[in-house]
Design a protein around this ligand. Structure first.
Ligand SMILES: [Cu+2]
Length: 129
């Protein structure tokens, strides 16, 4: 009996502090940064190519079927972005900053995004239904 009562007490305290923490977090978020968009908002992937180096490389990016994917590229060289989706997409990369290439993946599964000239896989999209 004593142990059970102690257990309830602990649960109550933890729940109470969680509620306080959530409320405080929400308040500071609304004033400091815009709220996160809905899950179907565009997934933006920033890609940087400089001095023969690619960033990021071999990462994993979660996405859902039909979601817009935007590849935002800063590059100091020309290259070719290849999206191994069905159907596939190929985007010409110029030596310029602020390039944006958009597409949507319609088939669930893994989709590699490669740079063909540098031979790097930037990221693999994990596309859920
Ligand atoms: Cu490819």
């Amino acid at each position: 009996m004593n142990i059970r009562r102690l257990g309830y007490g602990v649960v109550t305290v933890v729940a109470g502090s969680l509620l306080v923490g959530c409320a405080a977090g929400d308040r500071s978020e609304s004033t400091a940064t815009p709220a996160a968009g809905p899950p179907s908002a565009a997934r933006i992937i920033d890609i940087r190519i400089a001095n023969g180096e690619v960033s990021p490389v071999n990462t994993r990016t979660e996405a859902v079927v039909g979601q817009s994917i935007v590849l935002r590229v800063d590059s100091d060289t020309t290259d070719e972005l290849h999206v191994h989706s069905t159907p596939a997409h190929t985007f010409p990369v110029a030596a310029a900053s602020g390039q944006e290439f958009g597409f949507a993946v319609t088939v669930p599964g893994q989709v590699e995004i490669e740079l063909h000239h540098t031979g790097r896989t930037v990221t693999t999209l994990l596309v859920r239904q």
